[in-house]
Write a protein that binds this ligand. Structure first.
Ligand code: ZN
Length: 170
C-alpha cells in the first residue's frame, strides 16, 4: 500500500466537485486502501479522494481510538438523504488544512446512502462524531473545505499558516 501526497489549501483542486464512481472494482479497492494507508500515516480520521488529487466520490474513515482495533470504513458515492434539525458544534481539523482547527456547526445527525467496499448499497443513520466527520468528508466531494464556513479574515490567517508550514516541510 502506498502513501499518497495530500493536497493542502489553497490548492484549487480542493474546490473541485468530484464525480460519482461507476464501478466498484479491484482497482478502486486498491486505491481506497492507499487512501486509508495515507490517512493512518498522517494521522487522520477521514480522507476524501480529492485530498489525494482524484476527483471521484470516495471517502475513507476510521473513528476507532487507540484502545480499540482499527475500524476502516469506505463510503462510495455517499449521499446525505436526511439531516436533523438539531445542530452540534465540533472543533474540526483537516489533513488539507494541517494544524488549523475551528468550531463548525452542522446537523447533529444525518442519514447517508452509499456503496460499500464490495459495491453493495448501504444506509446509515449517523450521530455524534460519525455525523460530523461524514458531513465534513462529503463537503470535500462538493469542493468545500471546513474553513469555508469561517470568516474571510480567519480563513486567510489559516491559509497563510498552512502555506508557511508546507514551505517549511519542503
Ligand atoms: Zn477535511
Amino acid at each position: 500500500m502506498a502513501i499518497l501526497p495530500i493536497v493542502t489549501v489553497p490548492d484549487p483542486l480542493l474546490k473541485t466537485v468530484s464525480t460519482p464512481v461507476e464501478m466498484v472494482d479491484d482497482a478502486l479497492r486498491a486505491f481506497m486502501n492507499d487512501m486509508l494507508n495515507t490517512m493512518y500515516n498522517a494521522p487522520g480520521i477521514g480522507l476524501a479522494a480529492i485530498q489525494v488529487g482524484r476527483p471521484i466520490r470516495v471517502l475513507v474513515m476510521d473513528l476507532s481510538d487507540e484502545q480499540t482495533s482499527p475500524d476502516p470504513k469506505y463510503y462510495i458515492n455517499p449521499v446525505v438523504i436526511w439531516t436533523s434539525e438539531d445542530m452540534a458544534v465540533y472543533n474540526e481539523g483537516c489533513l488539507s488544512v494541517p494544524e488549523q482547527y475551528a468550531d463548525i456547526e452542522r446537523p447533529a445527525e444525518c442519514k447517508v446512502t452509499y456503496l460499500d467496499y464490495h459495491g453493495a448499497e448501504q444506509e446509515i443513520h449517523a450521530t455524534g462524531l460519525l455525523a460530523t466527520c461524514i458531513q465534513h468528508e462529503i463537503d470535500h466531494l462538493n469542493g468545500i473545505v471546513f474553513i469555508d464556513y469561517i470568516s474571510t479574515l480567519k480563513r486567510g490567517i489559516a491559509v497563510r499558516k498552512v502555506k508557511k508550514l508546507v514551505k517549511e516541510e519542503d
